[in-house]
Ligand binder design. Structure first.
Ligand code: HEC
Ligand code: HEC
Ligand code: HEC
Length: 438
């Protein structure tokens, strides 16, 4: 386990030192002059916007940017309070309804632009759990439309103390100014010579509203995305968001653009079915995008050069552990996942040729074994079939062996899953202990 106290203190020192060293770039990162295109007089609670076309476009921007995923709660749409557990403490999402006291009703359009694109909110610098690092790429037009849409949201009174659960010194919002100076780039996307309009649109949707890299890029110790490994796979809690580059082994190298668009719209394609955070992204956001926009995203993703992760040698099928894994697979899994790992149509994912399953980081399959899961349920594929938990039935070694079997059969190849990793995820998820063997 990481010692977060040591890291937190070391990290804050690093922020201070580095912030001093990046003065010029820093000033640029904190510059909000791009927001000058927005009105600074009318507050959201008083905004009477009647342009229905703008409101409709704004709703689409909201969908594509998935604002609801983090800001909805049981108290009402956009009323905030959704918790994000980080290495630096727990941060809650803000109430962004037009309520004047507890929401953003007192914000002007310019304040709103400053918060969403620049991470400078009503209480000071925002934490990057709010993906302003991606929303910085949103165009002025999309921001105006989003503002128009937000004015139609029902105000809900729900006071949220966003950073009350953060650990000192990260509870000090000013620390985020140093973070911004290091990691935040507020420049809009510039056109890339030689690229098609479809590719540009795809990149805009992926890097802007879609904030795909928030999950699919690895992060450094300060929680910033590692740009040199853009979309090469990242960890969010106990889920692993796989490599989206053209890597033939663990990425999207074998998926066509049509497969990817189908996955994003319906929640599954011939090689995978979405669950967990990706199922949510599809259910709340991506399934509402137009086919043209989904194709544009797929076209852009297909243009990403392969990461350099290589295919390991598969674990040999005749080891005692693999034989035990095979037997356990046949007894517990084959009914749903198929005797040859071929899956069952839109219901259960295949394992043969499932690239994400072979990722070096096995958190997602370990989690599936320990707490089960649910496939995405969309308008086109509504079933949302369930995966049962095996935490009660298998111990850590048995889970590791079963996963080694599916990750190394039918042409698959992957690093062995360690028993200690299963143990630590079991503990972290609070999954039950297996029943004592009799
Ligand atoms: C991945 C989660 C996530 C998504 C997606 C997200 N937000 Fe946030 N947002 C947060 C969190 C967490 C905070 C609180 C940050 C803080 O207080 O430092 C926040 C804060 C804000 C604030 C600042 C409120 C204030 O009073 O300063 C605004 C405005 C906001 N979000 C609007 C949006 C909009 C609009 C979208 C969609 C375009 C969106 N958010 C999408 C997590 C998210
Ligand atoms: C909240 C985190 C999160 C966000 C945001 C997110 N993803 Fe994912 N994504 C995941 C996880 C986790 C998985 C693995 C899901 C599984 O295996 O069931 C995944 C899986 C995928 C896959 C399937 C890969 C494969 O080989 O099976 C694709 C394609 C994908 N995401 C594309 C995107 C795109 C495009 C975006 C942005 C529009 C995006 N994701 C945003 C977490 C996220
Ligand atoms: C009752 C049917 C059923 C049984 C039995 C079953 N699964 Fe699943 N499994 C599913 C469904 C449905 C999904 C897709 C939803 C999800 O990912 O949670 C799934 C998903 C998975 C995933 C993919 C997780 C991801 O998102 O990438 C893994 C790994 C997995 N199962 C392993 C197993 C193993 C190993 C066994 C046997 C020990 C097993 N399953 C038994 C139905 C089943």
């Amino acid at each position: 386990m990481m010692n977060w106290k040591r890291i937190a203190l070391g990290a804050s020192a690093a922020v201070l030192v580095a912030a001093v060293g990046v003065g010029i770039w820093g000033a640029h990162a904190l510059d909000t002059s791009r927001s000058d295109v927005a009105d600074d007089k009318v507050q959201l609670a008083d905004a009477k916007i009647t342009d229905q076309a703008a409101i409709r476009r704004g709703e689409y921007v909201m969908r594509a940017a998935d604002c609801a995923a983090c800001h909805n709660s049981t108290k009402g749409e956009f009323s905030g309070g959704y918790p994000f557990v980080t290495d630096f403490g727990t941060i809650l999402s803000s109430n962004i309804t037009p309520d004047r006291q507890s929401g953003i009703g007192a914000m002007t359009e310019r304040d709103f632009f400053n918060a969403v694109r620049h991470g400078q909110g009503s209480k000071g610098f925002l934490y990057p759990a709010m993906p302003y690092t991606a929303y910085a790429k949103l165009t002025d037009q999309d921001m105006h439309d989003l503002w128009a849409y937000m004015s139609t949201v029902q105000p809900v009174a729900n006071a949220v103390d966003e950073n009350g659960g953060m650990i000192f010194p990260f509870s000090v919002r000013l620390a985020m100014a140093g973070w911004d100076m290091l990691f935040y780039d507020n420049t809009p996307l510039a056109a890339t010579p030689g690229k098609s309009a479809q590719w540009e649109r795809g990149r805009y949707l992926v890097d802007g509203g879609g904030h795909c890299s928030a999950c699919h890029s690895p992060r450094n110790l300060l929680g910033a995305e590692t740009n040199s490994r853009y979309l090469q796979g990242g960890r969010i809690g106990y889920s692993y968001a796989p490599d989206l580059t053209g890597n033939m082994h663990v990425g999207l190298g074998r998926n066509s653009a049509a497969d990817i668009a189908e996955y994003l719209k319906t929640g599954g394609d011939r090689s995978a079915i979405a669950s967990g955070p990706m199922a949510e992204a599809i259910e709340n956001s991506l399934q509402y995008l137009t086919d043209d926009d989904l194709k544009a995203m797929a076209t852009y993703l297909k243009s990403l050069p392969s990461s350099d992760e290589t295919r390991p040698d598969p674990i040999k099928a005749d080891t005692p552990a693999m034989k035990r894994g095979a037997l356990r697979y046949e007894v517990n899994c084959a009914a749903c996942h198929g005797v040859r790992g071929e899956g069952m149509g839109n219901m259960t994912p295949p394992f043969a040729g499932n690239q994400a399953l072979q990722s070096a980081d096995a958190a997602t399959p370990i989690q599936a074994m320990l707490v089960g899961g649910r496939a995405a349920s969309t308008h086109t594929k509504p079933t949302g079939a369930g995966m049962p938990s095996f935490a009660w039935k298998m111990d850590d070694r048995q889970i590791a062996e079963t996963l080694d079997y599916i990750r190394n059969s039918w042409g698959n190849a992957a690093k062995p899953v360690s028993e200690s990793e299963v143990a630590s995820i079991r503990k972290g998820l609070g999954a039950r202990k297996n029943l004592p063997a009799n």
